[in-house]
Write a protein that binds this ligand. Structure first.
Ligand code: GP9
Ligand code: MN
Length: 710
């Protein structure tokens, strides 16, 4: 006891106080490391580095306070540093729970553009033990106020400050050496953030990442046209000629893209408690009018939905960090689907129940060449009509009709659904689906919102049929990415009928399958296709079905129907899938056995070739986008997009003006229906339309601030 008192008395000195805060911060970092982050420790050496790594940077930062002479600067500065550092730690904890990754500087900088939509789920991502991240600061302040910790008016000698700074730098050098010993080229292998945090800690990662971000913006301004050469060569070598049988089967038809939010393949043809989860989509999936895929994978990174959009619209990959939409969408040059369709005589539009600023869509869509963007401001999102990410899906489809019917045909339109999104909450009046009981609420409710999405699509299809649109359209449906993150897959295993104890990385990789369907009502040759492919392959596939050649464009995937289609699926972290092998973190699994494979000579060569292809595809795509090289590329017959031509305000008025101007030549559904609304053909059982209810606690998603996109 005496001894403790003696040590405690040291907190009344400046050095002792700094030491106290450093230790407390160290402890809470360890809480994050061991409770919240999943850092995949493989040996005791890594464990030791992990224990030590918060010390150097914390001491360096907190030690800076020692340079202040006056107590009234020393103490507030120290607290400020502590609070900022805690905040950095805490937002990473929250971020990790959803993305299983750390937050990059660019994500942080672009965050203001997406935080409105994220705020809904951020709350759901908190956990009771989060108190630990802030408790120490409160306790120390109370101890100071009650004079159990004394304020020391005596400044320390300047040399002491210098000594602490030098010591912490030395510690950091030691830390870096240990890290390099265990993982050579730690800082040059830029694609895995977990490594940097594991070996050097979160502060060091953030600084390192900030420097890289700065570097990228410089790289871009110095880029030269000749840097296209390697990319052109790669893309041309990789090009797969269309399948003659299918080229142009949907020529001239409307294209309706339905983005099934967070929808994984395992939901299809699945029953829970004896009830089909997605009966309507199952019918579509198995229909003769549909080409469906059962080995199709999402390939998104941190940009989630926006990465899926990037791949499907541009045929290039999302970025290795953050979202391409938020980072480059403001001013990058694209040769993307909306512009290609536009220049083939199509009207182009997006329907989405969230605010236009989310994922920086309002700006990016202009560079992609979208003519219309019917975002949340076009619908009544009040009261119980919307949830965290915007208008409920049944309402989105129903409320879109008043705009859709005025668009000139043929059109290329995209519906971005939102209700089947983490944390999968839904009002009880919207669904009576009986969820499984896995003990994980997220997993259980996922089935309920997926069921709701299925019903929403069914209602929309009913309208497509009644209005006659169906027979003139090709409807493409796809799941954008996983809905259940790897950390919840063990709970999910029970529903899938697998023993959770046998669950491993191989199983996680297999679960990244998502649906892809090309449905052509009236068509009779459809079937379930088994070739392997990913989101990067969708654009050339779709263009070829429409009878539009993809040859002159710089796209990184290949037509799924082509005999030359490359079946290696690249994931954003350089893992990959192929019909025979699964590569996770450098470990190869055999798809036949699901077991780890120790490749023989011949296999080795094949595997190396696949890895090389994945590395090249990703890095050429990154180079193209990061350096904005498409500004130097002018495919024949393609007119460059000028974002200033687009303005997403008053979409309806614009479409009606065009109808008026075209008169009898107008091809909109409304004109074709004798200038009468087609809304009467829409029927929905959405309860929100049948009663009035206001709930002021709901997240308000109507965006007052965003006038930039209008
Ligand atoms: C929000 C929606 C969700 O507008 O697209 O995006 P996600 O969180 O899936 O990336
Ligand atoms: Mn999404």
């Amino acid at each position: 006891m005496e001894r403790f008192k003696k040590i405690w008395a040291r907190t009344g000195t400046r050095m002792g106080f700094v030491a106290l805060l450093v230790i407390l911060f160290w402890l809470k970092t360890l809480v994050a490391y061991f409770v919240d982050f999943n850092l995949n420790l493989s040996d005791p050496f890594q464990f030791m580095i992990l224990l030590l790594n918060p010390l150097a940077t914390t001491l360096l930062l907190f030690g800076l306070a020692l340079y202040f002479k006056r107590a009234r600067f020393f103490y507030p500065f120290l607290f400020l540093i502590d609070i900022l550092n805690t905040l950095l730690l805490y937002i990473n904890v929250i971020y990790f729970r959803e993305f299983t990754d750390f937050m990059t500087v660019s994500t942080m900088l672009g965050y203001s553009k997406v935080d409105q939509g994220l705020s809904g789920s951020s709350l759901a991502l908190t956990s009771p033990h989060d108190v630990l991240y802030w408790l120490d600061l409160v306790v120390v302040l109370v101890l100071m106020a009650t004079r159990r910790i004394y304020i020391d008016p005596r400044p320390v000698n300047k040399r002491v400050g210098l000594a602490v700074t030098s010591l912490s730098m030395l510690l950091f050098a030691g830390n870096l050496t240990l890290g390099e010993m265990d993982r050579p080229q730690l800082l040059t292998r830029t694609f895995d953030r977990t490594y940097v945090v594991k070996y050097l800690g979160l502060d060091a990662f953030t600084v390192y990442d900030g420097i890289k971000t700065q570097h990228t913006s410089e790289v871009r301004s110095h880029a030269k046209k000749s840097e296209l050469d390697g990319i052109l060569k790669f893309v041309h070598q990789n090009y797969a000629a269309p399948n003659k049988k299918l080229y142009g089967v949907a020529k001239g038809k409307n294209v309706i893209v339905i983005h099934l939010e967070s929808f994984q393949q395992f939901l299809l043809n699945r029953k829970v408690n004896g009830q089909e989860v997605t009966p309507f989509l199952n019918k579509l999936y198995n229909s003769k009018s549909t080409y469906s895929f059962d080995n199709f994978f999402h390939e998104v990174g941190q940009g989630k939905t926006s990465d899926a959009e990037t791949m499907l619209e541009t045929g290039t990959f999302g970025l290795s960090q953050g979202s391409l939409f938020t980072q480059l969408g403001n001013d990058n040059t694209f040769q993307a689907a909306p512009a290609i369709f536009d220049q083939s005589g199509y009207t182009t539009a997006v329907f989405h129940g969230n605010v236009a600023s989310f994922w920086n869509r309002s700006n990016t869509y202009k560079n992609l060449g979208y003519q219309y963007f019917f975002d949340a401001s076009y619908y009544d999102t009040s009261g119980d009509k919307s949830l965290g990410y915007g208008l409920k899906d049944k309402l989105l489809f129903n409320d879109s009709v008043k705009y859709l019917q005025h668009l000139q045909q043929p059109f290329y339109v995209k519906y971005l659904t939102v209700t089947n999104h983490f944390p999968y909450t839904l009002d009880s009046e919207d669904s009576s689906f009986k969820t499984p009981n896995t003990g994980d609420k997220t997993v259980d409710n996922y089935f309920k919102t997926a069921h709701y999405l299925d019903q929403s699509v069914k209602e929309f299809y009913h309208y497509l049929k009644k209005s006659g649109l169906a027979k003139n359209s090709i409807i493409m449906l796809y799941g954008d990415h996983y809905g259940i993150s790897n950390s919840s897959n063990k709970a999910l295993a029970k529903v899938l009928g697998v023993n959770p104890d046998d669950w491993d990385d191989y199983d996680n990789a297999q679960l990244q399958r998502v649906p892809l369907m090309f449905n052509m009502p009236g068509y009779t040759h459809g079937k379930v296709e088994h070739q392997y492919g990913g989101e990067i392959d969708v654009l050339p596939t779709l263009l070829h079905l429409m009878g539009i050649s993809s040859k002159k464009y710089l796209q990184f995937g290949t037509d799924l129907f082509s005999k030359e289609h490359n079946q290696v699926v690249a994931f954003r972290n350089r893992d990959w899938e192929s019909p025979d092998y699964t590569s996770v973190d450098g470990t190869i699994y055999s798809n036949k056995t699901g077991e780890e494979l120790h490749p023989t000579g011949k296999q080795k060569a094949a595997i190396e070739k696949m890895q090389k292809h994945v590395n090249e595809a990703l890095s050429y795509s990154d180079s193209l986008n990061q350096k904005n090289l498409l500004r130097f590329y002018h495919p024949k017959g393609f007119t460059a997009v000028d974002p200033n031509d687009y303005n997403y305000a008053d979409g309806l008025e614009k479409a009606e003006k065009i109808e008026d101007k075209l008169g009898l030549k107008s091809t909109s559904l409304f004109s074709r229906n004798g200038d009468k609304s087609t809304q009467k053909w829409y029927s929905t059982d959405a309860p929100e339309l049948n009663h009035k209810e206001t709930d002021s606690n709901r997240i308000k998603i109507t965006n007052q601030d965003d006038t930039s996109g209008k």
